[in-house]
Structures are given as C-alpha cells and as structure tokens.
Design a protein around this ligand. Structure first.
Ligand SMILES: [Zn+2]
Length: 140
C-alpha cells in the first residue's frame, strides 16, 4: 500500500525529522509533542497519511485517530496530573489551523499556571517524551 503523503508537508514527514518528540505511532496514527506548546504536555495527534482537514479524512481513519487521541489524553492525565485537558481540532485558517494536515491538539491545563506559547526546550521535550511514550507503551 502506498501512503498518501504531500511533499513539503511537515506532518507527513514528522517521523523522519530531527528534534521531534514522538510519543506514539502505529501504522495509521502518529502522536508527538507540539514544539511550541501552549502548556506542559501539549501533544498533537495526526494520521500518518495526508488529509488536510476533517472533511477529507475517511471515517475509519478518523475513528482510529480519535481513539489514539483519547489514549494520549489519558497518558497526559496520568503522567502530568493536569487539572483539565482540552481537545481541539481546527479546520481552515480562519478557524486557527496553521499546519494543513489534519491533527487533534491535546492540551493539558493546570490551575493557576498561565503560559504563553514558547519553544519546547530539549530537556523538557525528552522528559515529556519519556513519560508519555512509557505510558502509551511506545518505544521512542
Ligand atoms: Zn501531510
């Protein structure tokens, strides 16, 4: 089977990029830390094939994607003990989509902690990758 990939799409090649913190992947879905996290543990979950938005993705792939999103959210909850977890998915620039390859955001929230987006530091990235991939049973 040939994978549907879009040349130049950063999420199509995320598994081959240096400095990406992958916490899980299987044949259909990949999860990795957002390199500009809103909060500690902000993770993205995407199909390995290229679909621009939720409107293009086949239902069976979407089902796999949301199940992994739930598992990632659970891993974040267990490993990082946030007070809440937001799951969002943006379609189109006007809705806040920045990378035009479908993905879900898993964003933990910690009461009393407000952090703007900043670049993930390597030490924290490796620590979070270890914590989350261990919980997900993924060998990073
Ligand atoms: Zn892509």
């Amino acid at each position: 089977m040939v994978m549907r990939k879009l040349e130049g799409c950063v999420f199509c090649s995320v598994e081959n990029l240096e400095g990406e913190y992958i916490v899980y992947h299987d044949e259909d879905v990949i999860a990795f830390l957002d390199i500009y996290p809103v909060s500690r543990g902000h993770t993205l979950v995407a199909p390995r094939e290229h679909y621009e938005t939720i409107f293009e993705v086949p239902d069976d792939v979407l089902c796999k994607l949301i199940v992994v999103t739930k598992r990632v959210a659970n891993a974040v909850r267990r490993a990082l003990k946030p007070d809440g977890v937001r799951i969002v998915q943006n379609n189109g620039r006007a809705a806040g989509q920045v990378i035009f390859h479908l993905h879900f955001h898993v964003i933990p929230f910690y009461e009393g902690v407000h952090r703007g987006r900043r670049r993930l530091e390597e030490r924290e990235g490796l620590e979070l990758q270890r914590l989350l991939s261990e919980d997900l049973g993924y060998e990073a």
